[in-house]
Design a binder for this molecule. Structure first.
Ligand SMILES: CC(C)[C@H](C(=O)O)[C@@H](O)C(=O)O
Ligand code: SF4
Length: 774
């Protein structure tokens, strides 16, 4: 919804401002969410929460559901139902639970027999569900992908999934603005995947923490939409909340004719394009962080270690710990080399690979498959390659590739041609690496154990993965086929001058829409009295044993590996916390890991001395596992955004202590086995005798919620009036955002089987503590 500010603003500032339903004095905003994608892994607990509270889904017409993470990618020729097709019990339960939930809540669902099924971040854009200027969320960190359309798209945890389902809003704060400008020309053979790997190598995995990155510059402008999606997809690997690219003719061209986009050529389309054309940063807009890169400096880039920032040009060698000045990075390099089975100084092109995976939400679209097919056409995979897989991002990508004969090119070369899904990107289904196997992968994460316990991942572009399959080792694509970067065709879609954009609506119009017909009634909370809340235990002060952990960039795959994400409950995950670090391969405890040692088995606090705790996936299972283990507070120099958010939603407190000396003192207390006290009321950390070690900052709204044991949904539902007003305004100004085509409003959502009256009163919760003044 357009706003009328005059101060120079960034693209992010504009989209954020256009979605504010309410803003509190401390900067906490209630943000309207236009588009919600849902998958099986991060939703069961959210739907359960809704059921317990007797709450329906507010906007089924803005919600799209699919299965992707758990499903097998084997042939579906014999497919009858998820129940009979999925062999693995927990995966099956997670998928069938989702199917029950979509029926119960009347949601649109692309199941395994639907051609439109695929990875959430592939199907959203493909269907035109993702549109410029929208807010897009999903219980998945790679929601950042959708920012390629100039939407504000970010991953959320399961508690927030529940919040969005119930209220179509989120409580959030403004992020910083960061600009990554890539100018010049890309050399031949360099793709957008190389660009983003290079960027992460430059800024580091925490480089974008607390920020939304706007990617711009002549290199970005020339990229196709699919290439832009690969870049925004990996902004989360640079620690950013989201990545955005201003929409342009290439964007509009891509959206033409998509089922859920406004109908091409209609007056609504022209109006939409006129609005979308306003979505760019003002020339004098200020950024908090600026990074300028020259396209000509980028060459095919590949990862060598266990973090996406561990990258080198393909012409480089395996680094040595001596190459890093920072002691934490030296240590991380040592560990990574050991895990990856690599020796410093060895040329990257001398490293043989065992498996090749071309797929994932980063690189499984038609252009990716075309680029890979161009490399393998008429060739055979090398004898040492045990398995080479092509996993299209959606059923429609698969169909398109088959119509172009790409499947034949791949299978003739010895590749497997699979069905759509996340597959070996994280191996929640049977597609995994065996221990020590090395994989050339087009995915986005190379964390320890990501593609299979002890498996070794090298991230790269589709062309580079394809050539690795042919030569059997990491290879410089430029020595084989020289592909030019994907340039997009630019065709004007609509004369934006002719169809000028009409900004704010009149009060009269707003009043008229607020008097909504019955079919347009928003689904309001059907449980008692407009605002109820399950509540959380209050957090005032916590005193207890603190466990010291000397690690940087602890990712959520390490806090809880993928095999434990198959649960449909929030509880019982304590034994899985830090699984790979806590247990040996034979299941026995690793006595060297701190949480296996004496008093630390009862730790209530975790003191992490390295930065960027909780990076990577949005899985709320990470804080659930820590909480179930007994840890309610984590102290660290910095946190990844989604993890930080997720802890608060569970009544836990993440404390940032950036003062190195103070952090060292807390870690020393922890190492000595003395108790530490975290006093939230006074915002101080104290030693066992009550002496203050350091003061800390916390958002006042979050503090209020924690100290009063309030949960957000109950509070937000008190804002029903403002949400309705926002929705009415949205229907007038940007009518294409109300569900259209098969998502048309009222066609399904009314069919909810949730009956609040049938929900026992005790399950509906009650508001605890004083509700906040809105
Ligand atoms: C399962 C989901 C929570 C997770 C994510 O958030 O990224 C997954 O998609 C991943 O890539 O690790
Ligand atoms: S990163 Fe991998 S697991 Fe996560 S959504 Fe993308 S394809 Fe699926």
């Amino acid at each position: 919804m357009p706003s009328v500010e005059t101060k120079p603003r960034t693209l992010y500032d504009k989209v954020f401002a256009d979605h504010i339903v309410n803003e509190q004095e401390d900067g906490t905003c209630l943000l309207y969410i236009d588009r919600h994608l849902v998958h099986e892994v991060t939703s069961p607990q959210a739907f359960e929460g809704l059921k317990n509270a007797g709450r329906p889904v507010r906007r089924p017409d803005c919600t799209l559901v699919t299965v992707d993470h758990n499903i097998p990618t084997s042939s579906r020729k014999e497919f009858k139902s998820a129940e009979t097709f999925i062999q693995e019990t927990d995966s099956r339960l997670q998928c069938t639970t989702l199917e029950e939930n979509v029926k119960d809540f009347g949601l649109t669902y692309f199941g395994m027999s639907d051609k439109r099924q695929g990875i959430v971040h592939v199907i959203g854009p493909e269907q035109g569900f993702t549109l410029p200027g929208t807010t897009v969320v999903c219980g998945d960190s790679h929601t950042s992908t959708h920012g390629a359309f100039g939407s504000l798209a970010f991953g959320i945890g399961t508690s927030e999934v529940e919040h969005v389902l119930a209220t179509q809003t989120l409580l959030t704060r403004r992020s910083k603005n960061m600009r990554v400008q890539v100018d010049g020309e890309l050399p031949a053979g360099v793709t957008s995947k190389d660009v983003v790997l290079h960027i992460i190598g430059v800024i580091g995995t925490a480089g974008g923490t607390g920020a939304v990155i706007e990617f711009c510059g002549s290199v970005i402008r020339k990229l196709s939409m699919e290439a832009r999606m690969s870049i925004c997809n990996m902004s989360i690997e640079g620690g950013a909340r989201a990545g955005m690219i201003a929409p342009d003719e290439i964007t509009f061209e891509y959206l033409k004719g998509r089922p859920l986009a406004p109908k091409y050529g209609s007056s609504e389309w022209n109006r939409a394009v006129a609005y979308w054309s306003t979505l760019k940063s003002d020339p004098d807009a200020k950024y908090d962080v600026d990074v300028f890169l020259d396209g000509k400096d980028i060459i095919p880039t590949i990862s060598w270690g266990t973090s996406p920032q561990d990258v080198v040009p393909i012409t480089g060698v395996v680094p040595s710990p001596a190459d890093f000045e920072d002691p934490a990075r030296k240590l991380a390099c040592e560990r990574a080399l050991e895990y990856m089975g690599l020796t410093s100084g060895v040329p990257m092109t001398d490293i043989p690979v065992d498996k090749v995976f071309i797929g994932s939400c980063t690189n499984s679209r038609i252009e990716d498959l075309r680029a890979a097919a161009k490399v393998v056409r008429g060739k055979q995979i090398a004898a040492n390659i045990k398995r080479a897989m092509i996993v299209p991002g959606s059923g429609l990508v698969k169909q398109q590739a088959e119509s172009e004969g790409l499947d034949k090119i791949f299978t003739d070369a010895g590749f497997e041609w699979r069905e759509a899904g996340c597959s070996m990107c994280l191996g929640m289904n049977p597609d995994i690496l065996s221990p020590q196997e090395r994989c050339a992968s087009t995915s986005n994460r190379n964390f320890e154990g990501r593609q299979g316990a002890k498996g070794r991942t090298h991230l790269m572009s589709p062309a580079m993965a394809a050539i690795a399959a042919i030569t059997g080792k990491l290879t410089d694509i430029r020595e084989h086929v020289v592909t030019s970067p994907v340039a997009a065709k630019v065709q004007p879609v609509v004369d934006v001058e002719a169809e000028s954009y009409d900004s704010p609506i009149t009060e009269d119009e707003l009043d008229r829409v607020l008097d909504l017909p019955a079919d347009n009634e928003p689904h309001t909370n059907s449980s008692a009295g407009g605002g109820s809340s399950a509540g959380l235990p209050k957090f005032l002060s916590l005193k207890g044993i603190a466990a010291p952990l000397d690690r940087s960039n602890v990712d959520t795959d390490a806090i809880i590996p993928k095999q434990f994400l198959k649960t449909i409950k929030r509880t019982g995950l304590g034994s899985a916390a830090f699984y790979e670090l806590r247990y040996h391969a034979d299941g026995t405890e690793n006595p060297d890991f701190v949480l296996n040692q004496g008093i630390y088995r009862n730790a209530k606090i975790l003191v992490v001395t390295g930065p960027n705790f909780g990076c990577g996936s949005s899985r709320e299972h990470a804080p659930w596992a820590l909480l179930d283990f007994g840890i309610k507070c984590i102290i660290a120099p910095s946190f990844a955004d989604i993890f930080h958010n997720n802890t608060f939603k569970n009544g836990m407190l993440p404390v940032v202590v950036s003062d190195e000396a103070a952090l060292a003192k807390i870690a020393a207390e922890a190492s000595a086995g003395r108790e530490v006290e975290v006093d939230l009321v006074n915002q101080e950390i104290k030693d066992a005798e009550g002496n203050k070690i350091v003061a800390f900052e916390v958002d006042s709204f979050r503090k209020h919620c924690l100290t009063n044991g309030l949960d957000d949904i109950g509070l937000t539902l008190q804002m029903e009036g403002k949400i309705r007003t926002f929705e009415a305004k949205r229907s007038l100004e940007t009518p294409w955002l109300d569900g259209s085509a098969y998502l048309k409003r009222g066609t399904r959502g009314g069919a909810t089987r949730i009956n609040a009256a049938a929900v026992p009163k005790t399950n509906r919760g009650e508001v605890k503590g004083e509700p906040l003044e809105w």
